[in-house]
Design a protein around this ligand. Structure first.
Ligand SMILES: [Zn+2]
Length: 214
């Protein structure tokens, strides 16, 4: 990780904490700056909403389910950045200083396309009850991107309350059936990411399916 350098958004220049980066996203009603952290994944975004009266409204949003303990961690990192930038941008746009506290519900606006996440439930061989949840995360090439999937799927993961594994893309040049992938068990407890081949991972699932009613 290099030393933090000053970056500009619009007419403002600021310093980001180490590990935090941003990218611009175009929206049907304006644009946004999406902030992410190397290990925590997406933190939140600053939305510039072009309104019909010609004004631009700046809002700041933290991503994640409020029940997810990771949301508080991401918010702690993002809120100071977001608050600071929101005020600077409001000032740049309107010439007026605005008080902090723009963390209320974002204004109603058109819905955005939602990403479809592929997942699979593993059933018990005998009673058919679900014994595990697999979540496929082909873009998960680093910890931050694994976190993105844990965050997006949090409501389902918590509601199903099954052993849950997030599976990254296959790695290396071996034939596909033996190519390993990073597997992250995130529920009921977060465990370290492991690099597993299909012939290591699949028997774990078969064991779960066999022992439920065993
Ligand atoms: Zn069973």
């Amino acid at each position: 990780m290099g030393k933090p350098h000053r970056q500009g958004i619009g007419q403002t220049s600021f310093q980001l904490p180490p590990g935090v980066s941003f990218e611009k996203q175009l929206l049907p009603y304006g644009h946004a700056y999406i902030f992410r952290h190397q290990k925590l994944g997406e933190l939140g975004r600053l939305v510039l909403h072009a309104r019909s009266d010609g004004q631009t409204h700046v809002t700041c949003e933290v991503v994640g389910d409020s029940d997810d303990p990771m949301t508080a961690q991401r918010a702690a990192l993002f809120k100071p950045i977001g608050n600071d930038l929101t005020q600077r941008m409001e000032y740049a746009l309107t010439g007026k200083a605005t008080p902090p506290g723009l963390w209320d519900e974002p204004p109603p606006r058109p819905s955005e396309p939602r990403e479809v996440v592929k997942s699979k439930l593993i059933p018990c061989e005998r009673c058919g009850a679900n014994v595990a949840l697999l979540i496929f995360a082909p873009p998960a090439t680093d910890l931050g991107r694994f976190e993105d999937y844990a965050r997006k799927m949090y409501p389902q993961i918590a509601w199903l309350d099954l052993p849950t594994y997030i599976i990254g893309p296959p790695q290396g040049d071996e034939p596909l059936p033996v190519r390993p992938a990073e597997v992250w068990k995130v529920w009921p407890k977060r465990e370290p990411v492991r690099l597993l081949r299909p012939d290591e991972f699949n028997p774990m699932m078969e064991r779960l399916a066999k022992t439920h009613c065993g």
